[in-house]
Design a binder for this molecule. Structure first.
Ligand code: DGL
Length: 272
């Protein structure tokens, strides 16, 4: 019988931002094979209805299950917020999203009893982060703010300039001086804005990077299921996208600092 621990891990995101999660997985799990699906034809998910995001997420999951993945990671915060329950009830593959790991890290690491969460409009309206935080600590005060302009700014490569800093001040200015003990960067793109966000929030703010926390959770989940690839196993990754546009290399390069990315386009109707 085939050794299931040698099967790949499947990761999907609405587009290329989830490559921040792939980068952390490659660091934490060098012996694993990882298949990444970026739904670049239908990005963004952050301003779409829950029903649409759930439908896309189930289709993405089916594509990855056809590649026999042993673990599914939903790298997109919006898809995690809306779709984890639907995925878990439709499929038996072990599945983790980015919300729970981010919430757990915030509760553990916050230096006060207040936490802030920033994300897309969808993630913030879902209330998935405060619910996850309150399941762990009902006394935590949670401030939330949707920052929808951050995604296009990052994709434009404007990660550390004065326009982005001004936008960050408008979104986050009201959160300064509230003794916030940790801020969850609840969107695939936001880890790239750490320097700007730290400048706006002050140097002491503890920024929780969901990508790093998810890689740690993935390792523990594989261990729990006895599915961790052994030390000698050959790791690597493959990227599939639903649209291969002219900006692919530029945008992908922001999130994953590799020169030649192994990318292949898949047709949407292959996925249903
Ligand atoms: N990947 C999305 C997230 O983490 C951001 C981009 C989008 O809106 O699709 O919420």
């Amino acid at each position: 019988m085939k050794d299931k621990s040698l099967s790949p891990i499947g990761v999907f995101d609405s587009g290329l931002g989830g490559l921040t999660v792939l980068a952390e997985l490659l660091k934490a799990l060098p012996n694993e094979k990882i298949i990444y699906l970026g739904d670049t034809a239908r990005v963004p998910y952050g301003n779409k209805s829950p029903q649409t995001v759930i439908r896309y997420s189930l289709e993405n999951t089916r594509f990855l299950l056809n590649k026999s993945v042993k673990l599914l990671i939903v790298a997109c915060n919006t898809a995690s917020a809306f779709s984890i329950d639907a995925i878990r009830s439709a499929f038996s593959v072990p599945c983790i999203g980015v919300i729970q790991p981010g919430a757990r890290a915030a509760v553990q690491k916050a230096f006060s009893s207040s936490v802030a969460v920033i994300g897309t409009s969808g993630t913030i309206h879902s209330r998935a982060y405060p619910e996850a935080i309150h399941r762990l600590n009902p006394d935590m005060m949670v401030f939330e703010k949707a920052c929808p302009l951050f995604v296009p700014l990052v994709e434009e490569g404007w990660v550390d300039n004065h326009v982005t800093e001004e936008v960050a001040r408008i979104y986050l200015g009201h959160l300064t001086g509230k003794n916030i003990g940790a801020m969850i960067l609840g969107c695939t793109h936001y880890p790239l804005l750490k320097p700007v966000i730290s400048r706006v929030m002050g140097p002491d703010i503890m920024l929780i990077d969901s990508a790093e926390e998810t890689a740690y959770e993935a390792k523990n989940t594989l261990k729990d299921f006895g599915l961790l690839a052994t030390n000698g196993a050959q790791g690597g990754y493959q990227i599939f996208v639903t649209d291969l546009h002219g900006q692919f290399s530029k945008v992908a390069g922001l999130f994953l600092k590799e020169h030649r990315l192994p990318v292949e386009q898949v047709a949407l109707d292959e996925m249903v």
